[in-house]
Design a protein around this ligand. Structure first.
Ligand code: UD1
Ligand code: MG
Length: 448
């Protein structure tokens, strides 16, 4: 259910300080582009429309934000000018319009909700999310009325008098507007200032000139971080990881050493899951209840059902589907393969493009040979089958239910249910051969 809320995401900046070929907002925090964190917050708020302001030649960004409409700001003439790139969509907006920056991924829906509520409560023309940083240099200062607490103006750092520069309360960049009259308000902003830019922040003074009121709401500095450099990207990652780890623990997972576990924004972890140290989750991992993920495992794009046991040193790649009570042990790589209930792949194996039937046991060193340099082929192991150690399964290959494959086999084709198959050289043993060989060689070379 959407509500009368529009969100405008400013993402026109290339972010030169990132020294990157891709737009800044596509850089990832917890496995998700920063701009998508912002868009997902808007989704959480049930925004009716989410409008993305992009710069020229940002096809990759347009793709990343689809299906949300994008609006190109061709010249960078300031934040008010950027918002007005979405003029057509804003002229029809109802209720509230929230302006967010695509490079600030840490604002929580709860905080944004608080800002919208304060705007409505006035009702005010503009509500601004403010914070009190350790160092206010560079930020717009929020001038509030000491008696009413109302926001009087936002003064950009470059425009401040000495007295104004001493104000500690700053603009985080997030602003909420009454949709009605917003476009007129922004149209009234001029660029007679130090930077020659159309400052969105001037909307406060303009609204007050029109006899309307504005308000500021305070938020913790941590949420306001904007990313301009790789170093700030790393700080955002740390803050986000802390949040995700705490959320996982709040939901009933044990993280033995939280600081060494890396999660993605979309990681889903059930109850009574134990995550040992040094585990990395890539995108798209879902874990059920009572699962243990042992140290040094790397998981991405996989599903793990209840009571499974993973690692240490397991690598689960996209399409790994680990059934209930299944076991994936050390130095095992699984890709696009299903392990049914209770199946075991305990040591040193590669299982790709395969189905491993329930309770089947895959011996150490088993490899599915799934690729011939051109195509991938499937391996199908039946329920309760036993694959001996060091078996090469040359796909396509099917092993029937309950069948037994002798260790060291190089197997292709099909094996019937409950059969034993051995594909290895016959054993030969020559009694006394080694002793006779040594005697002959000693006589020949004189060596001992
Ligand atoms: C802005 C605010 C300032 C606030 C600070 C918080 C204005 C005038 N000032 O300042 O009060 O304290 O953020 O970080 O709004 N952008 C465009 N097109 C433009 C200009 C900017 O898309 O023409 C985007 C940028 O890519 C960025 C955001 O808007 O994501 C803010 O712009 P930036 O230049 O960083 O503004 P600040 O000077 O930091
Ligand atoms: Mg900035």
């Amino acid at each position: 259910m959407s509500r009368s809320l529009s969100v405008v995401v400013l993402a026109a900046g290339m972010g030169t300080r990132m020294k990157s070929a891709q737009p800044k907002v596509l850089h990832k925090v917890a496995g998700k582009p920063m701009v998508n964190h912002v868009i997902d917050a808007a989704r959480f708020l049930h925004a009716e429309q989410t409008l993305i302001v992009v710069g020229p030649d940002m096809a990759a960004l347009e793709q990343a934000v689809a299906p949300h409409p994008t609006f190109e700001q061709t010249d960078r003439l300031g934040t008010a000018h950027a918002v007005l790139a979405a003029r057509n969509a804003l002229e029809n907006a109802r209720g509230d319009v929230l302006v967010l920056y695509g490079d600030s991924p840490l604002f929580t829906p709860a905080t944004l909700e608080r800002l919208i509520a304060a705007r409505k409560e006035g009702p005010h023309a503009v509500a601004v999310l403010g914070f009190t940083p350790d160092d206010p240099a560079g930020y717009g200062r929020l001038a509030t009325d000491p008696f009413t607490g109302e926001l009087q103006a936002i003064i950009e750092d470059k425009e401040c008098t000495d007295a104004e520069r001493r104000i500690g309360f700053c603009n985080s960049g997030v602003m909420c507007f009454a949709a009605e009259g917003m476009v007129d308000l922004l149209d009234a902003i001029n660029n007679n200032n130090a930077k020659g830019e159309y400052y969105l922040t001037d909307a406060v003074a303009v609204a007050r000139d029109q006899g309307r009121t504005c308000v500021a709401v305070e938020v913790a500095e941590e949420e306001t971080l904007g990313v301009n450099s790789r170093a700030q990207l790393a700080i955002a990652e740390q803050l986000m990881q802390t949040r995700l780890r705490n959320a996982a623990m709040d939901n009933g997972a044990t993280l033995v050493d939280p600081a060494s576990v890396f999660l993605c924004a979309d990681t889903e972890i059930g109850q009574d899951v134990v995550i040992e140290p040094n585990v990395v989750f890539g995108p798209g991992v879902k874990i059920g209840d009572n699962v243990t993920v042992k140290a040094f495992s790397h998981l991405e794009g996989c599903i793990i059902a209840n009571n499974a046991d993973i690692g240490p040193y397991a690598r689960l790649r996209p399409g790994a589907d680990i059934g209930a009570g299944a076991r994936v042990g050390n130095f095992v790589e699984i890709k696009k393969a299903t392990l049914e209930t209770g199946a075991k792949v305990n040591h040193l194996s590669y299982i790709g493009d395969a189905r491993i039937g329930a309770k089947a046991n895959i011996g150490a060193g088993t490899i599915t040979c799934n690729y011939d340099g051109f195509q991938k082929y499937k391996t199908d192991i039946g329920v309760g089958a036993f694959i001996g150690s060091n078996t090469a399964l040359v796909a396509p290959v099917t092993v029937g239910d309950g069948a037994f494959v002798g260790a060291g086999s190089t197997l292709s084709g099909d094996v019937a249910a409950d059969a034993l198959v051995l594909v290895r050289a016959e054993r030969t043993e020559k009694a006394g051969w080694a002793a006779r060989f040594r005697e002959k060689m000693r006589a020949l070379t004189g060596k001992d």
